[in-house]
Each structure stands twice: as structure tokens, then as C-alpha cells.
Design a protein around this ligand. Structure first.
Ligand code: AMP
Ligand code: GLY
Length: 444
């Protein structure tokens, strides 16, 4: 089976490694040469994936059987529509379905129209005067969201990034004037308070198979401080739950995903591939922060390496739009993923610095290494201004998986790199569980 993959980050390195392990020949499209993907692929094309026609022509030339698209941007551009018109079925959603991520307004409107569980209060704005009028009468705290894609960095929340209404107005002005997210339009949403977690599912639009939960860490610094990033690391447990999410909350989250897929179907928008739900566990239960139309980064690294089911067959079935009858099994292990990023990442990054690492030693510790954005020159690895690579430790228990990730990180060295050591550590987990106890009392 020849599989076209699009994307060159750690997410796609994970996808490529698993597809290859399960028997696929990989034809990869990526904007930078990811050394991990380049090593595995039969052939690759250095493009971002947004040059859809070029990618489709190349895929046809290579005679690929199916496509698996990693990042949201090409999905939002409609790469699946074009590939499928040319007879290449994809295990990823078409443009209309990708709107669940590419338009935050579409997603919130869908929740409202179908009165879906987990919905939140929101309002769209295009004029700064209307924002000012609205805020003059609004008592609570808010999140400001550009409606389009911003790589996870466009949302600003009162109390976290914005001090007061004046700062909210200034940021709204910037979003509208600079068209952050591609449009002069934004949402103001009620601020959700609690702990965030991720639930990813495999789906053909009707059948839906949920995966183990993961908790990502968006903030740059230890203790969940500093600016939001693309994600600094994540953990998962062997029992598929999280320390602050029990079975009944997991089931509630699964129900929200199911109802959302039903609503898409009712809108005549078929969905296939991975649906990613970002939830906030609040005093009122799980609420939807966002949906993504693809694997999460870093969350894919916690889950996909543990998939025991043949991923190539699963992708083939998703591409055909029928996953009924496939047994999906995960190895019962905990995982802790930590990203290594260049110093200044998320603020004023400095790229071009050497990272030395010993892949064999990392594997011998029971961990895996996934490359993100690095440059390989003369056999050496250099940082760029984006996240460099991720280390994932696996073990039966979460505490052990964390220790594995730390032991593996000792084989990654560089003068100008940064990582969050606290991810998955008992003190960090306790802080999150205590936060939920404060917010929800003894409901959990
Ligand atoms: P998004 O791009 O929608 O994933 O938002 C990025 C981050 O902003 C989320 O992971 C949350 O931490 C935060 N966020 C988004 N929406 C809200 C909200 N309504 N209330 C509080 N925080 C939010
Ligand atoms: N982990 C956040 C994302 O993939 O968007």
C-alpha cells in the first residue's frame, strides 16, 4: 500500500513511522526536510501541502493508494476534495467538514443549532464599537477568538493574557484591523475555568471509536505560566482516563463527540478521519474549547505509538468511509511527551543552534524520539525557530513513563534549548487534580 502523507512536524513523523511499521510505503509532502520522515519515506516532495494541485499531481505520478493529511491548513484549503476528485481516497475530512476547526464560528453555530452538550455562550463581532458597547454591559470574564486559524496562538483570555476590558478592546481592535486568523471577525466567548484535556476519535462519520485521553500543556513555562505555544508536552494513563477525569466524565465527553458527529451528518456534511475534541472540565462538567479536524500535536505521540491495530488498514477503512467491524486496541501503557524547543520559542526564538542526540540510547531507555522542525546539515541537527523534537517515554505507570522521558532527555544536549521538565511529574499532576477539587468540590 502506497500512502501519501502531508506535513513535516513531529505529528507527521509519528503518523509516518506507524504507517511504515504497519506495512505502508510512504510518499511524504513536507515543507522542511524532517530527518525522521526523510529516512522512512520512499520519496518526498518539499512543499507545505497548500500547493494542492502540485501535490495532487505528484501523488498521481507516484501512484499512491490513499492519503493521510496531518496539518489543518491544507485540510481547510480542500486538499482532500482535490485528491478524491483524482481518485485518491483520504483518511481525512473534506473542506466542508474541516470547518469544524477552520471556522470557530461554524463550530459554535453548530453547537447552538443542535443544542449540543458542552456548548458555550459566544457572540461574533466585526465592529470595534459593537465590542465596546457589549463590554460596557458585560460583567464576567471572556476569551477573544479570531474566527479563523491562528496555529493555537490567536486566542487571548481575560485574567490570563488580558488584564481588563481595556486590554480586551485593544486586542479586539488588533484582530479586526490586522485580520488575525484571515478575517476581520472575532468571537467573544464566556471564559471557561477548569482543566483542559483532549479526546481524539477515529470516525467514518457514523461509527466512532474513542481513544485514551491526553492532557496537553500549552503554556511555555513550568507551572503552566507564560504565553500559549503550539504545545510543550502531554501525558496519558494506561487506563485511558486522567487523574482528574473519571469514567463517567470520559463517557460524557464521548457523548459530546458523538452528538457533534450526528449534527454534522444532519447538516449533510460527512466527516471521516480523526476528530479531536479539546475539553475544559468545569464546575458544570465538560465543555468544548475547540474541535480539530486532525490528530493533535503533541497528543498523537501519546496515543498512536500504542495502537495495536494495523493503522494502514484502519486508514484504508476511514478513507472508504466505513470503519464498522474493525477492532481497535491500544497497548495499556502510560506516556509522557516532552518537547525540546529553541530558546526564546514563543517569544523571540533563536534558531541555527546545534543539538546533539543519541537516538539509540533514547530507544534503549524505553522512549521514542520524534523530529519536528530541525535542519540536518552534515549529519548534525540544528534548531530552527519552531519546536525541534519531542521525546516520549512509555511505561505501565505514569510516574515511570515520566522518569523514562527524563532519562531519555539526558541524551539530548544543546546550549540553547528549552523544555518543560514538570510535565507528567507528580507535583504537576497534583496541582491539576487540586484545581479540579477546588472548582468541582467532591463531584469527581
Ligand atoms: P483554541 O485555539 O480554541 O484551542 O484556544 C487556545 C487556548 O485558549 C485553549 O487551549 C484554551 O487554553 C484557551 N481558550 C480557548 N477558548 C477559551 C474559553 N472560552 N475560555 C477559556 N480559555 C479558552
Ligand atoms: N494540541 C493542540 C493541537 O494540536 O492543536
Amino acid at each position: 500500500m502506497k500512502v501519501l502523507t502531508v506535513g513535516g512536524g513531529a505529528r507527521e513523523h509519528t503518523i509516518v513511522r506507524k504507517l511504515h511499521f504497519d506495512g505502508a510505503d510512504i510518499y511524504a509532502v513536507m515543507s522542511n526536510e524532517n530527518p525522521g520522515i526523510a529516512k522512512i519515506a520512499e520519496d518526498y516532495l518539499l512543499k507545505s501541502g497548500r500547493e494542492i494541485d502540485e501535490v495532487a499531481e505528484w501523488a498521481e505520478e507516484k501512484d499512491v493508494d490513499i492519503g493521510v493529511i496531518g496539518p489543518e491548513a491544507p485540510l481547510g484549503d480542500g486538499i482532500v476534495d482535490v485528491l478524491e476528485e483524482r481518485g485518491i481516497k483520504c483518511a481525512s475530512p473534506k473542506k466542508a467538514a474541516a470547518e469544524i476547526e477552520t471556522s470557530k464560528e461554524f463550530m459554535r453555530d453548530l453547537q447552538t443549532k443542535y443544542d449540543l452538550p458542552g456548548k458555550v455562550e459566544y457572540r461574533p463581532f466585526e465592529q470595534i464599537e459593537e465590542v465596546e458597547d457589549f463590554l460596557a454591559h458585560y460583567e464576567g470574564e471572556l476569551a477573544v477568538k479570531p474566527v479563523g486559524l491562528t496555529g493555537g496562538k490567536g486566542v487571548k483570555v481575560m485574567g490570563d493574557h488580558l488584564e481588563n476590558k481595556k486590554e480586551v478592546i485593544t486586542y479586539c481592535e488588533k484582530v479586526l484591523e490586522e485580520e488575525i486568523g484571515g478575517k476581520s471577525r472575532l468571537l467573544l466567548e464566556e471564559k471557561l475555568q477548569g482543566e483542559e484535556y483532549t479526546l481524539q476519535v477515529f470516525t467514518d462519520g457514523e461509527e466512532m471509536i474513542p481513544m485514551p485521553l491526553v492532557q496537553d500543556h500549552k503554556r511555555l513555562f513550568e507551572g503552566d505560566k507564560g504565553p500559549n505555544t503550539g504545545g510543550m508536552g502531554s501525558y496519558s494513563q494506561a487506563d485511558e482516563l486522567l487523574p482528574f477525569v473519571d469514567q463517567s466524565l470520559y463517557d460524557e465527553s464521548v457523548k459530546i463527540m458523538r452528538e457533534t458527529l450526528k449534527a454534522l451528518k444532519a447538516e449533510d456534511i460527512p466527516y471521516k478521519g480523526i476528530l479531536y475534541g479539546q475539553f475544559m472540565l468545569t464546575a458544570e462538567g465538560p465543555k468544548v474549547v475547540e474541535f480539530n479536524c486532525r490528530w493533535g500535536d503533541p497528543e498523537v505521540m501519546n496515543v498512536l505509538p500504542l495502537l495495536e491495530t494495523n493503522y494502514v488498514e484502519l486508514c484504508e477503512k476511514m478513507a472508504e468511509g466505513d470503519i464498522s467491524g474493525i477492532d481497535i486496541l491500544f497497548e495499556e501503557k502510560a506516556s509522557v511527551c516532552k518537547y525540546v524547543v529553541p530558546e526564546g520559542y514563543g517569544i523571540d526564538p533563536e534558531g541555527g543552534n546545534l543539538i546533539t542526540l543519541n537516538e539509540k540510547a533514547i530507544e534503549e531507555e524505553g522512549a521514542q524520539l520524534y523530529y519536528a522542525s530541525v535542519e540536518e546539515r552534515g549529519g548534525d541537527i540544528y534548531t530552527t525557530t519552531s519546536r525541534s523534537l519531542a521525546i516520549v517515554g512509555f511505561s505501565k505507570k505514569l510516574e515511570e513513563a515520566e522518569l523514562v522521558s527524563e532519562r531519555a532527555l539526558r541524551h539530548v544536549k544543546g546550549d540553547k534549548i528549552h523544555m518543560r521538565h514538570d510535565i507528567g511529574k507528580p507535583e504537576s499532576i497534583k496541582r491539576k487534580s487540586d484545581n479540579i477539587k477546588d472548582i468541582r468540590g467532591d463531584m469527581t
